[in-house]
Design a protein around this ligand. Structure first.
Ligand code: MF3
Ligand code: CO
Length: 283
């Protein structure tokens, strides 16, 4: 198999230690990032500021969310807070998405569209996925919320899914691989009797909503793109109580549900790869 030669030297400049290190992985057949995927300090600061607004939105939703509320009301809170802080909700009009946030309840895996007709009820578990553009910089994070009291089964799904995110985060060290993240998450989810959604991934983020690399939440160690300090990407495992297969809603073009109708959960952060490991930019 031919591997894309992503890493290029800068003409007229001496080879650095970083060049040598990345080229040795590339020459051994690994997928490595292109130089553009390593953010500059200025870009990192911009993404960090975007992340502050994004976290403010999620904190607001955490405070306000309750049974009886419609998902359209959540959408309004997201829109007003984001625009009120000089930012733009990234989902709005993104590839035709009609609202400012994704609200995904119970068997909805992701990309649920807020609606006046969808009312939160006691026992629901909901993912609220918020993405923000500030001064052209993107951040992306989601949390699960439990409405009132839910069943122990659904509570455990929500908790284990958060643990999946933390486990993926812990194994992501500089000069490890995207596949190490997916492998760790898959092991942990399946050990707990759950399955990992295959059709949707985490992603590079920062200068655009979705950049390279794809961050699968399943896979094998030592595969996928090399992780280099300066990369910014999400990890956002979607974990199903039953089987991993999903279905796309053909009418609205967006809503993804589990094929077996069993619940699904998801948590997401935007991370910066540092010299020592991942730093959360959406705390
Ligand atoms: N926020 C999602 C993600 O985590 C993407 C949603 S696309 C949208 O990548 F258009 F539905 F917003
Ligand atoms: Co994302």
């Amino acid at each position: 198999m031919r591997v894309k030669r992503n890493w290029r030297l800068i003409a007229g400049q001496p080879m650095t230690e970083l060049d040598k290190r990345i080229l040795s992985f590339q020459n051994n057949g690994h997928l490595v990032p292109s130089r553009e995927l390593l953010k500059t300090p200025e870009q990192i600061e911009g993404i960090r500021q975007s992340g502050v607004i994004n976290t403010g939105v999620l904190d607001l939703i955490e405070k306000e969310i309750k049974a009886g509320m419609s998902t359209l009301e959540i959408n309004q809170l997201v829109y007003d807070y984001t625009v009120g802080h000089g930012a733009i909700p990234a989902p709005l009009n993104y590839e035709g998405f009609p609202k400012s946030v994704c609200t995904s309840i119970n068997e909805v895996v992701c990309h649920g569209i807020p609606s006046a007709d969808v009312i939160l009820k006691e026992g629901d578990i909901i993912n609220v996925d918020v993405s923000t553009i500030l001064n052209g910089y993107y951040s992306d994070a989601s949390r699960m919320f439990i409405i009132g009291e839910t069943t122990p089964e659904k509570k455990r799904l929500v908790d284990v899914t958060l643990e999946c995110l933390h486990i993926g985060m812990e194994v992501a060290k500089p000069f490890s691989f995207v596949g190490d993240i997916g492998h760790a998450i898959q092991q942990y989810a399946e050990k707990n009797g759950y399955s990992v959604v295959r059709d949707l991934c985490g992603h590079g983020v920062g200068l655009a909503f979705h950049e390279e690399p794809e961050v699968a939440h399943f896979g094998r160690k030592n595969t996928g793109m090399l992780l280099v300090p300066g990369m910014v990407f999400t990890i956002e495992p979607m974990i199903n109580m039953g089987r991993y297969e999903v279905e796309w809603n053909r009418k609205d073009g967006w809503t993804v549900t589990t094929r077996d109708g069993l619940p699904s959960a998801q948590w997401e952060h935007t991370f910066l790869m540092t010299e020592t490991g991942l730093e959360i930019l959406t705390h």
